[in-house]
Ligand binder design. Structure first.
Ligand code: 5AD
Ligand code: SF4
Length: 478
């Protein structure tokens, strides 16, 4: 493969550098006249992998494409531009993307004008971008997480100048404020409150793929929330890699607890936030969640491991004891709170005993929900350089043991809902059965229910009849 002089290739080493340079907020987005009609009569299809940060980024990409005159296509077969917004968190996320890019080759053969682009976290990785350039000639456009705003000019170069465009910046990043947005949800919306992450947990690639922690100003965030309220949104989720650290990079004495309170006062019926790091979860945050009825009593609190030595090697900066103390305080102070978590098994050299310590915490906490993973070595991260004597089969067994345990507690928890009436925000008709509606409780439990005269976006009182491990079944009541 010949590297073109105008390509900007990713560099993970550059991406981990942190300076004290102030963050720039930019309002300068506009689409050049020559590019405003590039999409006339053409369509796009967006495929999003990974987390909510990516979902929200895809809404920005869709907003930009709309502004260029593109229409959204129902599927890849009918699209002139296909963008894959990718995730790098674990190797299997990347394999999924490569599989999808591979299957698009047929469409590219039939239509050489088809533009296939790969963006997002995976593009930020040297190794993956090289694989795409060498083995997937159908990919004509590669860009990362830092330059969504350059989509018009990049597409112009691909479509009009027939270039293969590669522009992946490895930098701390800026905050772009006036980018267009095409929200995919009509009653639930994502609101970015910050970008990037400076925690550098030793297993995690996010600080490399998404840059330095950059908070948006409270005025911008609150203005967006007010706008969403005016548009009739029923639920918003404040998004950040670690929302508790909100504002620590701004020269203002204003914390996430303050932001949460002011957001609640705007009066959107449901407010959620994601994700929290146990390390800087303040008392003020707990009090604020407890004080406002419209801040949902559901906290995602990643544990990762229940063993102090592993936590230290992970660079998590809390201990099992301090995690449990925080957990107990939340349970005591936030009525009816549901706590969910993330756990990694098979961190390099994790012993049976250390894994048992994780199970002990799960037995104590009886989480409402858990996302469990086998450690995946991410290129460039410190944990990927650790020698590891544990075989994959052992790791798989641990994952199974962990899942069986937390599933048992989740079912136990869900059983407590049987016979109770809960308020559900309706997401729509269930995919499998159009007579069954589905939505979530305040505690983030998935509910499937029957009833008449129901519409997407309605709050419905549902009597729970049967509890399952991952959902509740019931019927609407007046
Ligand atoms: N391997 C496995 N799981 C990981 N996570 C993050 N990085 C890795 C990795 N290298 C998990 C963590 C995190 C969640 C989003 O993904 O549990 O909280
Ligand atoms: Fe989201 Fe992390 Fe995946 Fe990037 S790597 S898409 S930030 S989960």
């Amino acid at each position: 493969m010949k590297i073109k002089p105008d390509w900007v290739l990713p560099n993970l080493r550059e991406a981990q550098k942190r300076t004290h340079q102030p963050i720039q907020t930019l309002d300068s987005f506009q689409i050049d006249e020559t590019m405003q009609f590039l999409g006339s009569g053409k369509t796009y299809y967006l495929s999003t992998f990974g987390c909510q940060a990516n979902e929200r980024d895809s809404e920005t990409l869709a907003g930009i494409l709309d502004a260029m005159g593109f229409a959204s296509a129902p599927d890849e077969e009918h699209a002139d531009v296909i963008l894959l917004n990718t995730c790098a968190i674990r190797q299997n996320a990347e394999e999924k993307v490569l599989g999808e890019v591979g299957s698009l080759k047929r469409l590219y053969r039939e239509n050489p004008d088809l533009v296939i682009g790969v963006c997002g976290c995976m593009a930020q990785e040297e190794k993956l971008t090289n694989i795409l350039l060498e083995k997937y000639p159908q990919v004509r456009l590669i860009f990362g997480t830092h330059n969504l705003q350059e989509l018009p000019s990049m597409l112009y170069d691909v479509m009009m100048n027939h270039k293969r465009v590669v522009k992946v910046y490895s930098k701390e990043g800026e905050v772009y404020e006036n980018l267009p947005v095409h929200r995919f949800g009509k009653h639930k919306a994502w609101v970015n409150i910050m970008y990037g992450c400076d925690k550098f947990c030793t297993y995690c690639i996010v600080p490399y793929t998404r840059g330095k922690q950059r908070s948006r100003t409270k005025d911008r965030i609150l203005a967006e929330v007010r706008q969403l309220k005016a548009e009739g949104y029923k639920e918003i989720t404040l998004l950040g890699q670690n929302v508790n650290a909100y504002g620590k990079d701004l020269q203002a004495d204003y914390s996430f607890a303050d932001l949460l309170a002011e957001t609640a006062q705007i009066g959107i019926p449901r407010i959620r936030f994601m994700t929290s790091h146990p390390w800087d979860f303040s008392d003020a945050m707990i009090d604020t969640i407890a004080a406002y009825d419209n801040i949902m009593p559901a906290v995602h609190l990643p544990l990762q491991s229940g063993d102090n030595e592993i936590l230290k090697q992970m660079g998590r900066r809390y201990t099992k004891e301090s995690y449990l103390e925080l957990f107990d305080t939340m349970k005591a102070r936030i009525p009816n709170v549901a706590i969910s978590t993330d756990i990694i098994v098979g961190f390099p050299n994790e012993t049976d005993e250390q894994f048992e310590h994780t199970l002990d915490v799960v037995r104590y906490c009886k989480f409402d929900n858990a996302y469990t993973f086998i450690f995946s070595a991410r290129p460039g991260t410190p944990a990927a350089r650790m020698a590891d004597a544990v075989d994959h089969e052992t790791k798989q067994k641990r994952l199974q043991t962990l899942n069986t345990l937390w599933n048992r507690f989740a079912l136990e928890k869900n059983k407590q809902y049987e016979g109770k009436v809960v308020q559900v925000l309706t997401d729509g008709a269930s995919k499998r059965n159009a007579d069954v509606w589905s939505g979530y409780t305040d505690t983030n439990k998935l509910v499937n229910f029957t009833g008449t005269g129901i519409h997407t976006g309605d709050f419905v009182n549902v009597q729970i009849e049967t509890a399952k491990t991952f959902s509740l079944d019931g019927k609407a009541v007046l």
